[in-house]
Design a protein around this ligand. Structure first.
Ligand code: EPU
Length: 443
C-alpha cells in the first residue's frame, strides 16, 4: 500500500468549540439517485443545489460514459439523456469499488437500451451490503441477470412488466431500484414493505414531475402505474439531513454553537428529539434562508438509549457523529444499531482517545433485531463523561470518518486524521466549513 499523501492527512488541534454558520445543500442520498432518474427522460433535466462532493462526480462520470451530456449552471446540473449509449465495460469498471449507485442504472438502462452492465459495487465498508433484494426485484420485472467476470449483465428479452413485490426489509436502495424500474414498466407495480425515507419521497416527487404515476399508501405500500414515456424534471432536492446532523453533533461534542443554513425541521424531527433529550439546544428558523441553530447550552449532557431504524426512526447515519457527543454525557448511553450489522467498528478509535465504549453482540436496550440472532456486534454502551485526547486516526468510511473528525475536534491536543479524502465523498467543502467554524486544522 502506498503511504498516505499529506493532502489526505489533517492535523486537528482540538479543544476549540465550533462557532458560526455553515450551509448544507441537496442531500447526497437524493442527488445521486436524481441524476440516475434523468436517464429515464426523453428531455433534459435540471437539478438545483447540487453539492460538490465525490459521490456526485462519480455518478456524473458514469452518466457521461453512458452518453448523457452533463453541464453546470451555477450549482445546478443539466442532464441531457438524448444520446444514451452503452459504456465500454472497462470504462465503467474504473468506478468499480467506488460507489453503489451503478446498481440503480439497471432499470433505466434496460428501458432505454434493453441491456445493462453493472460493475462490482463499492460504497462504505459497513458490512457485506448485499444486492439480493435488487436482483430479485429486477427478475420479477422480467430481467435476466448474468454474472460475468466484469460484473453483472442484464437483459429483458420480453420487456419489463409491472409486478407485486414485498421486500424482506424496507431497503432504501431496493425501493429506489423498484421505483426507477416500475415507472416505465408495462402495467402496475405494487411494492410492499417499501422504504419511506424523505429522500425516497423526494425521488417520487421528482419522478412525478417527469410524468410518473406513483401512489404512496399507508403501511409502506407504494403503487406505481407504468407509463410509456417520461419527460425531464426541474428539481431542488431536500437538504442533506445527515450532514446537518453531523454538524449539530460536532457543535454539541465541542461545546459550541453552529447554525446549519438549509437544514429543515421536518426531515430531522427524530434527531431533534434525541439532541434535546441529551441536553443539546436548538432553534428552528423557518424563513426562506433559514435553518437550524444547534448549541451546547452549558452544564452536563445526559446519557440516553437509542436505536437506529428505518424512517421515521433514528437514522443509522446519525449514529456515529452523535456517539462522539455521548462520550461527553454523564451516565451510560446505549446504542442499538439495527440497520447495518457492522457499523460500530469506529468506536475502537474513540476508545483509543480515552472514551469508554463497550460493544456487544446482544440487542441492547430495545426490541430484538435481525442481527442479534446472527451474532453481529451491533450494540454499544458508552460510559461518560470521558476526557478525549488527541491521537493518530485512520478513517475507515464516510460517516465513521466524520465521527473521527468530531472526536479530534473535541479532544485536547493534536490528532492526525488520515484518509480525510473519504469525507469528500459526502461532505461538501468540509475543510472550508471547519475553518469558518473556527476549527484549528492544517495539513
Ligand atoms: N440489504 C440487503 N439486501 C439488499 C439491499 C439491502 O440485505 O439487496 C440490507 C443491507 O445490508 C442493510 C439494510 O438492508 O442491512 C439497509 O440497506 P439499504 O438498502 O436501506 O441501504 P442503501 O440503499 O445501500 C442507503 C444510503 C446509506 C444509508 C442507508 C440507510 C445511499 C447511497 N446510501 O444505503 O447511506 O445508510 O440507505 O438509510 O443512499 C451514507 O450516506 O454514508 C450511507 C451509507
Amino acid at each position: 500500500m502506498s503511504p498516505p499523501s499529506p493532502q489526505d492527512m489533517l492535523a486537528v488541534h482540538g479543544g476549540t468549540p465550533l462557532h458560526g454558520e455553515i450551509r448544507v445543500k441537496g442531500a447526497k442520498n437524493l442527488v445521486s439517485k436524481a441524476m440516475v432518474a434523468a436517464l429515464l427522460g426523453d428531455e433534459p433535466s435540471r437539478l438545483f443545489g447540487v453539492p460538490r462532493i465525490r459521490d456526485v462526480e462519480v455518478v456524473r462520470d458514469l452518466l457521461e460514459l453512458h452518453g448523457v451530456r452533463v453541464g453546470d449552471e451555477g450549482d445546478a446540473l443539466v442532464l441531457d439523456p438524448a444520446n444514451v449509449e452503452h459504456a465500454a465495460v472497462d470504462q465503467i469498471n474504473v468506478h468499480a469499488g467506488s460507489s453503489r449507485i451503478p446498481i440503480l442504472f439497471c432499470g433505466p438502462m434496460l428501458h432505454r437500451l434493453g441491456k445493462a452492465v453493472i460493475p462490482d459495487l463499492g460504497g462504505c465498508h459497513i458490512g457485506p451490503r448485499p444486492i439480493d433484494f435488487h436482483l430479485q426485484a429486477l427478475r420479477e420485472f422480467g430481467a435476466v441477470v448474468d454474472k460475468t467476470d466484469a460484473g453483472l449483465a442484464l437483459t429483458a428479452p420480453n420487456g419489463l412488466r409491472g409486478t407485486k413485490l414485498d421486500l424482506p426489509y424496507p431497503s432504501v436502495g431496493a425501493t429506489e431500484q423498484v421505483l426507477l424500474t416500475a415507472v416505465m414498466a408495462q402495467g402496475v407495480t405494487e411494492l410492499r414493505n417499501a422504504a419511506v425515507e424523505p429522500e425516497i419521497i423526494d425521488l417520487i416527487c421528482l419522478l412525478q414531475k417527469m410524468g410518473a404515476v406513483i401512489t404512496v399508501h399507508t403501511d409502506r405500500v407504494i403503487e406505481i402505474e407504468g407509463v410509456p414515456r417520461l419527460g425531464g424534471f426541474a428539481h431542488r432536492p431536500i437538504p442533506d439531513r445527515i450532514e446537518a446532523a453531523s454538524w449539530a453533533a460536532a457543535a454539541l461534542a465541542t461545546g459550541g454553537d453552529v447554525t446549519v443554513r438549509g437544514a429543515r425541521q421536518v426531515d430531522m424531527m427524530t434527531f431533534l428529539n434525541v439532541f434535546r433529550s441529551v441536553g443539546g439546544a436548538y432553534a428552528v428558523d423557518d424563513s426562506p434562508d433559514g435553518g437550524i441553530r444547534f448549541w451546547h447550552p452549558g452544564g452536563e449532557l445526559r446519557a440516553t438509549a437509542l436505536e437506529t431504524a428505518v424512517h421515521p426512526g433514528f437514522m443509522t447515519d446519525w449514529q456515529q457523529p452523535l456517539v462522539v457527543a455521548l462520550t461527553q454525557a454523564r451516565g451510560l448511553s446505549i446504542v442499538h444499531e439495527t440497520v447495518y450489522e457492522q457499523r460500530l467498528g469506529y468506536t475502537a478509535a474513540l476508545n483509543q482517545m480515552g472514551a469508554t465504549i463497550q460493544v456487544y453482540r446482544d440487542c441492547l436496550g430495545g426490541t430484538p433485531c435481525r442481527f442479534g440472532r446472527r451474532n453481529f456486534t451491533h450494540s454499544a454502551v458508552i460510559a461518560g463523561p470521558s476526557k478525549l485526547n488527541g491521537a493518530d486516526l485512520t478513517i475507515p468510511d464516510l460517516r465513521a470518518g466524520f465521527s473521527h473528525l468530531i472526536a479530534a475536534l473535541a479532544a485536547s491536543g493534536i490528532s492526525r486524521v488520515y484518509g480525510v479524502n473519504l469525507i469528500n465523498r459526502g461532505y461538501e467543502d468540509f475543510e472550508a466549513k471547519l475553518a469558518a467554524l473556527g476549527a484549528h486544522v492544517d495539513h
